[in-house]
Design a protein around this ligand. Structure first.
Ligand SMILES: *Cc1c(COP(=O)(O)O)cnc(C)c1O
Length: 589
């Protein structure tokens, strides 16, 4: 059984006469009309340096890639005509090993693209350091149960004839130095445009997920008589980084050496910045539609880049992917159709409380089994369990919980808690690695008092287990550095309650004591750094001691009500179906 990728009708591929062979694959349709539409329809080209599709395809490092994956999943479900361009990242991001002392050791991830995707017969070339570099592409079709297909092109320079150095350009995600990064961005942006054309895709708009692909605007300028307005009409840019230092910038001597003068330097400087080539500026100057990933991030980006019109489309997560088995069953029973229409989760109140609790216990037991297998630590099913998992980096402050160990012990003696941590540090992020070591130190120090574990090698599967199996999802970023954050939205889909600093998406999702709890002041309060920190620690410890622990152990009804609010007031909205519908109506059309 097949589904027509255009209309979604079920088909027997042996019986249909309407088929087409393109890019090394055969596609089946119900009619000439659908066949024609599939081949001729103009698509949105979505460019992203990283993509989190599955853990078998390790071409992602964190939130940005997972968002790209959820974008693809929702687009396929909704049959939005998207085609995606990314890099193959043959050595992946990294496999994380942690020693007993808490030291992170990184291993390359060896994987075999040919197991999962087809190599296209097409190759294109870009100029790098004056050399012609050949690029090939791997095609992966993500197909939804609705029939919708999103093709993904993974660009690869490991081609015979390229120099050994050039063959490595698409090996390491976020590896290497500034020169290496620029080469990757040439392959992604310029090579990507060429590959789409060579592979026969017709494109209506180009969507840059973060600044990495923004060299594509230069290729578009060349194809459009150097007319910036024509390019702007074609481009959409989503920025993800709320700090100036987070944006890729390249000195012009490096640009001259590696990229050459593909457009006159004077023009490049006009769009990309006078002193250095700033990938964000380039995208801002050549896109008609620009957005931040939450309302707060939009406000911040407007301050960072005055003079640009920046909109907000708040991120979401793919509801079906991030809902665990027991809750999927429950939603199927009471809210049929929820997966492709997550708005239905607003009707969660129709689900009996006992069944919500039972579904949660099932997810919690699965997580605790998993933790036991990985660590030999037997966590307790009846103990309030906090989860904290995300990239290990300083601004996420995984150590905030341990700011006052004495206080934490005291709280734990009144109502027991246990904590699960996970997260990888970027190989060059020394303070991120240091933090993992520090957490290991606290685990050791509190060994006889509280059960705390740190799970090795955080990935999407583990994220799904954690965000469904703990009781409370803790997030303590240093404002305003969390542009969005998405793991808390995953938690909400599983009735896990958020306890978080008011930054990123949580400013929009939070209603105190209804959808979860805030740590620290609202951004509108504008306190000093010291005052903010005091408020954060007060909230963290006091709310745990006087609100969260008593409610969990003594007022289970109220607790379940808050779980339901997480589903009905957060998950129904913070999903990538709503997000993609907004991209379609506000940016793509
Ligand atoms: C969802 C997810 C993230 C993003 O989490 P944040 O809350 O944005 O920090 C990072 N890594 C993985 C593996 C994820 O699944």
């Amino acid at each position: 059984m097949f589904r027509d990728p255009i209309c979604g009708m079920s088909l027997d591929e042996k019986e249909t006469e309407f088929k087409t062979q393109v890019r090394g694959r055969t596609y089946y349709f119900c009619s000439e009309y659908c066949k024609h539409t599939f081949s001729e329809e103009k698509r949105i080209a979505y460019f992203s340096m990283e993509i989190g599709l599955t853990d078998d395809i390790p071409t992602y490092s964190g939130g940005l890639g997972v968002l790209a994956g959820d974008t693809i999943r929702s687009s396929a479900d909704l049959k939005i005509p998207l085609v995606v361009v990314s890099l193959i990242s043959r050595k992946g991001y990294l496999k994380q090993e942690i020693t007993k002392e808490g030291k992170q050791i990184e291993h390359p991830v060896e994987w075999t693209p040919s197991k999962f995707m087809n190599e296209l017969p097409t190759q294109v070339r870009v100029q790098i350091q004056g050399r012609e570099v050949e690029i090939k592409a791997w095609l992966y079709d993500h197909q939804s149960l609705t029939g919708g297909i999103v093709p993904i092109l993974f660009l690869d320079t490991d081609v015979e004839g390229n120099t050994p150095e050039d063959r490595e350009i698409t090996s390491f995600l976020y590896g290497g130095d500034e020169r290496y990064r620029l080469k990757q961005e040439i392959v992604l942006g310029i090579g990507g445009i060429k590959m789409l054309e060579a592979a026969g895709f017709k494109i209506r708009k180009y969507h840059m997920n973060e600044g990495h692909p923004s060299l594509l605007t230069l290729e578009l300028l060349r194809k459009n008589d150097m007319n910036p307005d024509k390019v702007r009409d074609l481009c959409i840019f989503t920025t993800h980084t709320p700090v100036e230092a987070g944006h890729d910038k390249f000195p012009y001597d490096v640009v001259q050496e590696i990229l050459g003068e593909i457009i006159p330097l004077k023009t490049l400087k006009k769009f990309g910045g006078q002193d250095r080539l700033n990938m964000t500026r380039l995208a801002l100057n050549l896109s008609k539609y620009v957005n931040g990933v939450t309302k707060r991030h939009k406000d911040f980006s407007r301050k960072l880049f005055p003079g640009y019109h920046i909109s907000a489309i708040t991120n979401g997560v793919h509801s079906f992917t991030w809902t665990c088995d027991s809750f999927r069953k429950l939603y199927d029973k009471y809210l049929p159709g929820w997966a492709n229409e997550p708005e239905l989760l607003v009707r969660v109140d129709g689900i009996p409380d006992e069944e919500i609790w039972q579904a949660h216990i099932e997810a919690k037991e699965k997580l605790l089994d998993f933790v036991y297998k990985k660590t030999d630590v037997n966590l307790d099913r009846d103990v309030l369990t906090l989860g904290f998992a995300r990239r290990a980096t300083a601004y996420k402050r995984p150590d905030l919980l341990f700011s006052d160990v004495g206080k934490l012990k005291e709280i734990n003696s009144k109502g027991r808690i246990q904590v699960i941590f996970a997260g990888k540090a970027h190989p060059k992020d020394l303070s991120g690695k240091q933090l993992i070591e520090e957490i290991y130190g606290y685990i050791e120090k509190l060994r006889n008092v509280m059960k705390i574990v740190y799970l090795e090698d955080y990935d999407m599967q583990m994220a799904a287990k954690l965000t469904s199996g703990v009781d409370v999802w803790l997030n303590t970023p240093l404002p305003p550095l969390e542009a969005s954050g998405t793991s808390g939205m995953k938690a909400a889909h599983n009735g896990v309650i958020n306890f978080s600093v008011l930054d990123g998406w949580w400013v929009e999702g939070w209603i105190e004591g209804v959808t979860g709890w805030a740590i620290g002041p609202h951004p509108s309060e504008q306190l000093s750094t010291e005052e903010t920190k005091i408020r954060e620690l007060d909230d963290l410890y006091n709310k745990l001691e006087y609100i969260i622990i008593p409610m969990f152990y003594q007022k289970r009804d109220e607790w379940i009500k808050m779980m339901e609010n997480s589903i009905g007031k957060i998950a129904y909205y913070f999903n990538s179906h709503r997000m993609m519908r907004r991209y379609v109506t506000e940016a793509y059309l």
